[in-house]
Design a protein around this ligand. Structure first.
Ligand SMILES: Cc1cc2nc3c(=O)[nH]c(=O)nc-3n(C[C@H](O)[C@H](O)[C@H](O)COP(=O)(O)O)c2cc1C
Ligand SMILES: *[C@@H]1O[C@H](CO)[C@@H](O)[C@H](O)[C@H]1NC(C)=O
Ligand SMILES: *[C@@H]1O[C@H](CO)[C@@H](O)[C@H](O)[C@H]1NC(C)=O
Ligand SMILES: *[C@@H]1O[C@H](CO)[C@@H](O)[C@H](O)[C@H]1NC(C)=O
Ligand SMILES: *[C@@H]1O[C@H](CO)[C@@H](O)[C@H](O)[C@H]1NC(C)=O
Length: 384
């Protein structure tokens, strides 16, 4: 058969391939009769996708949809989840991996944490739990990981700072959206610094409102409808407003990583906002690969973090292998928050454990030494 005849058939098959929000690992069989509006026992939550299932059964339609939503046809939302499965590991055997757990710790902008992942900034934690963002502050503290609260949190920056279990010893960074009111921006930066934030995380991927169709049906689409002034000159000005490092969140090409280095950024976060802003934007894994293919030394010139679609320890390993320093998760923690602080801690513990056992099975003895030789970087995955 000529290729021109086969191609439409392949495309039709791909178009009708069903997408599973969570892969079927038996949760429906075991917990399927959980009544709507109630939660299964936290002990029965065995992986991060289970929290999505639990939250869907527990929250009302509008709250769940606000968290779950992606932009437009949600192709980027789905691609974020599927991208990791396209690349196979190259596991090595006969390696002493018995010390792997002690190698999970990392530093982020010079601050030490117990694991190379953090809680990404997400608005409106109060939809899942009455203690809202306090649960993230406490769980992050107890598990010794980084939390980056959103400026659009349910609680104020003061309430979030006051939830820190100790005065001053917990490192958090403050995410911001900015308009062009420089007075308000300076006040916000000063206030965040006074409250003990160690960095500003400036979200640059939302120059306009996101096309959020699923959310619009429930009246929970994006609140901000303005076009926002975000340029490199503006970034230089922001840096002069504060002593804190200003991290850029939402970088999606190697060109912009190079510009971030030129403009003195201390770090960037590769992110398409969980597929919530612009559909057809790349997964952070694809962007990290683009950077690596252009010049692997870029990962030494600037700290690079990444978020989007991470649900398993194995996903984390693939990003770290390319040189990503730490990874963020949004929805899994928002969904875990239906269980309050215990749920968020359970999510953190599950992911720490998965990173350790997956690294061990991959034949990695020291997580800091993982590199691209552990992955086959040709796309021969389960997903096309
Ligand atoms: C409910 C929700 C709210 C979010 N709010 C913000 C926000 O206020 N600021 C921001 O920079 N990113 C926000 N994000 C994006 C996250 O920081 C992160 O980039 C994304 O959730 C990562 O994808 P994941 O959910 O697949 O882990 C939000 C994401 C979700 C799911
Ligand atoms: C952070 O970790 C590094 C490497 O393990 C260590 O040398 C340093 O002293 C630690 N810093 C703090 C403040 O604990
Ligand atoms: C859904 O739950 C949220 C949070 O409890 C609440 O604010 C909202 O009014 C509820 N929406 C509906 C339609 O019941
Ligand atoms: C933390 O302690 C310092 C010094 O004791 C004090 O000035 C500051 O107000 C305290 N901050 C909070 C948030 O309690
Ligand atoms: C800018 O912010 C300041 C401080 O919050 C406020 O007083 C002022 O009214 C704002 N200016 C405009 C044009 O909104």
């Amino acid at each position: 058969m000529r290729l021109s005849l086969i191609l439409p058939l392949i495309q039709a098959a791909v178009a009708t391939r069903p997408f599973l929000n969570e892969p079927d690992t038996g949760i429906e069989d075991v917990l399927g009769d959980t009544p709507a509006g109630s939660l299964p026992d936290l002990k029965q939550i065995v992986g991060l996708p289970d929290f999505d299932w639990a939250a869907r059964h527990y929250l009302n339609g509008s709250s769940y949809t606000y968290y779950r939503n992606g932009a437009a046809g949600e192709w980027s939302y789905r691609n974020n989840l599927e991208a990791y499965g396209r690349f196979r590991f190259r596991p090595r055997m006969m390696v002493d991996v018995t010390n792997i757990e002690s190698t999970l710790s990392t530093s982020i902008l010079g601050y030490n944490f117990s694991a190379p992942f953090y809680i990404s900034p997400c608005a409106r934690a109060g939809l899942a739990h009455s203690d809202a963002e306090k649960n993230f502050v406490k769980a992050a503290y107890e598990e010794d990981i980084l939390y980056i609260p959103s400026l659009y949190a349910s609680l104020s920056v003061d309430e979030i700072a006051a939830a820190k279990p100790t005065n001053g010893t917990q490192t958090i960074f403050q995410q911001v959206y900015l308009n062009s009111n420089d007075t308000a921006t300076k006040e916000l930066f000063d206030h965040a610094e006074q409250l003990g934030s160690k960095a500003i995380v400036f979200t640059v991927d939302s120059a306009a409102t996101g096309n959020r169709q699923r959310a619009s049906r429930y009246g929970v689409g994006s609140a901000n409808t303005d076009y926002t002034y975000i340029t490199w000159d503006y970034y230089k000005k922001l840096q002069s407003f504060t002593k804190l490092p200003v991290v850029l969140k939402g970088i999606q090409s190697v060109e912009d990583v190079k510009l971030a280095i030129e403009h003195g950024a201390p770090a960037v976060i590769l992110s398409n906002h969980g597929g919530r802003q612009l559909d057809s934007t790349p997964s952070p894994l694809e962007v990290a690969l683009e950077i690596y293919e252009e010049d692997p030394t870029i990962f030494q010139k600037i700290e690079i973090y990444a978020d989007g679609g991470i649900r398993y320890g194995a996903d984390v390993l693939k990003l770290l292998a390319l040189g990503v320093k730490a990874v963020g998760l949004g929805r899994p923690f928002m969904f875990a928050n239906v269980y309050g602080v215990d749920g968020v801690k359970h999510a953190i513990q599950l992911l720490k454990h998965e990173i350790a056992i997956d690294a061990a099975n991959l034949g990695v003895s020291d997580l800091k030494k993982i590199d691209t030789s552990y992955i086959k970087w040709t796309n021969n995955g389960w997903f096309s």
